[in-house]
Design a protein. Structure first.
Length: 82
């Protein structure tokens, strides 16, 4: 059991590659840009479009922050195992 735990710890200690992080950031930026374009050309135009986009952006960025916090379950964050 200790060897399995050590393997898990060694795997969790590996840093996330910068290429993966930048790819995920670019994909989120592209997704939000496409959402803004789609909401901008909606027919008929609505005054609630900026509010809808604000909620979409908060949801996507919140999911990104939550996934970053839950990525290491054995760390020192509030959501981690102690």
């Amino acid at each position: 059991i200790r060897s399995c735990h050590a393997k898990i710890r060694d795997t969790l200690d590996l840093p996330m590659p910068f290429q993966y992080f930048h790819l995920m950031s670019f994909m989120m930026f592209l997704n939000l840009a496409l959402w803004s374009y789609a909401l901008a050309i909606s027919d008929p135009p609505s005054y609630f479009t900026p509010v809808i986009y604000l909620f979409i952006q908060m949801i996507f960025q919140g999911m990104r922050e939550l996934s970053a916090a839950l990525a290491d379950p054995f760390g020192d964050d509030d959501v981690d195992f102690h």
